[in-house]
Design a binder for this molecule. Structure first.
Ligand SMILES: [Zn+2]
Length: 429
């Protein structure tokens, strides 16, 4: 670590505080972009604006399945990639003296769900009780704003990092991770990565994350009028039999002896989510077809490939159930095929993150073995680059009335500013 002189440290923290209004402004601008899957363009354009505002020259990085398909971190796509290129920018120092760093964040958000249940519309950011509400406010647009404003704070203090700093704004963290993979492979390997993903309702440092596999099961039954119900095979009921088999698998995978030490103390770390269902034609017809979409967690110690085989076996067994006689069952894998990952808190970048957070806020980051996943795995598993994943207090991410704590976001900004300055060193502007 390059020791930071007390004057520079004070100037950087004061600059962070002078950027509070501007930080909120950028967060609002990003939350106004409804950047769900396939609709990321406005958020990506906003990221170009943000990088330009930092004096950098943004450029696009396409996600090209033809080039990525044999990479172990690649997941089967759910949507074509045209018109959805990731955005990156690189700061180059006058003289590289410190270690290089990547600041990474995803711009995609999950669907808002039942918009009528939100207290305020999901893409109209609103402040209540010291929190910013809106889809993506916590996951993870506040984190993106934090790293950008941290960099800006150095500039305002008359400084810049004395090492290369990459910024990466990527798509599809929420369904494949392919955007992050494409960006990582297109850029030079950095010495460390910071990803400001939100913590579980408190500020936290990720210590591990599960893997995830997405599976889609389509059942085609035999249609009939309900008066001849026994002659038909109801695809919706058949799909329920298969879903029940997944829940039994979930219970089995959460048995104590299967849980990796990194997840000890976590309640129910391996989750199987029946996320989507579509099917049926008419209330008085035996349903012909039903498709369910599942998200299956992968415990540390298992691989996505093993879980895929488990799912294949599970579906084959369920398909032979007597209630599925005469039905056809199709299993597809599209979306996450992601391995679990550890983020050792002894790594230099994670220790730096924890120390800078303590110095910048007076608080501490809670250790967080996450039952969901981030883009951090790519850097750790496939590039060998240590990665600190830590971020602000966010609540109800993926739920209704998602929010992020305003003070918490500013605290993360101050922490990242100190971490950049120490990791990279600084030079006068
Ligand atoms: Zn996220």
């Amino acid at each position: 670590m390059i020791p930071l002189d007390p004057g520079a440290r004070r100037a950087i923290l004061e600059a962070c505080d002078s950027l509070r209004e501007e930080s909120l402004d950028w967060l609002f601008r990003l939350v106004r972009c409804p950047s769900t899957l396939g609709n990321e363009a406005s958020a990506l354009n906003e990221m170009e604006r943000l990088y330009r505002h930092l004096g950098l020259a943004p450029f696009r990085i396409p996600t090209e399945p033809a080039r990525l398909k044999d990479h172990p971190g690649f997941s089967p796509p759910v949507l074509p990639y045209e018109g959805r290129d990731n955005v990156a920018a690189i700061h180059r120092p006058r003289q590289a003296r410190g270690r290089s760093l990547a600041l990474q964040g995803h711009v995609d958000v999950v669907p808002e769900g039942a918009a009528d249940m939100w207290a305020t519309p999901p893409y109209q950011p609103a402040i209540r009780g010291g929190r910013v509400f809106g889809r993506g406010a916590g996951d993870m647009k506040a984190g993106i704003v934090s790293y950008a404003m941290a960099f800006r704070a150095l500039q305002r203090a008359g400084l810049q990092p004395a090492a290369e700093v990459q910024m990466q704004a990527v798509i599809e963290e929420e369904c494949t991770g392919n955007g992050a993979l494409a960006a990582m492979l297109a850029l030079p390997k950095p010495d460390a990565v910071i990803i400001p993903e939100p913590g579980p309702g408190v500020e936290a440092l990720y210590t591990a994350e599960v893997g995830v596999v997405w599976a889609w099961v389509t059942v085609s039954g035999r249609p009939a009028h309900v008066r001849d119900m026994q002659a038909g095979v109801n695809a919706i009921e058949a799909a329920n039999v298969i879903a029940a088999a997944f829940k039994a698998y979930e219970a089995e995978m959460n048995r104590g002896e299967r849980i990796h030490p990194a997840f000890h103390g976590v309640n129910h770390p391996v989750n199987v989510n029946l996320g989507t269902i579509e099917g049926g034609e008419w209330n008085s017809s035996v349903a012909t077809r039903c498709r369910i979409g599942l998200r299956v967690g992968v415990m540390m110690g298992c691989t996505a490939a093993e879980t895929k085989r488990d799912i294949e076996r599970l579906v084959a067994e369920a398909a032979s159930h007597e209630r599925l006689r005469g039905a056809t069952v199709k299993l597809e894998f599209k979306g996450f095929m992601a391995d679990p990952c550890l983020f050792p808190k002894e790594s230099e970048i994670s220790r730096l993150a924890a120390r800078c957070f303590a110095e910048a806020t007076g608080g501490s980051l809670r250790d967080y073995p996450a039952t969901g996943l981030t883009d951090g795995r790519h850097f750790v598993l496939y590039q060998g680059t240590p990665c600190a994943v830590f971020g602000p207090d966010a609540q109800d991410i993926h739920g209704i009335d998602e929010s992020v704590g305003v003070e918490s976001m500013h605290g993360v900004t101050r922490s990242i500013a100190l971490a950049i300055a120490e990791w990279c060193g600084v030079e006068r502007l």
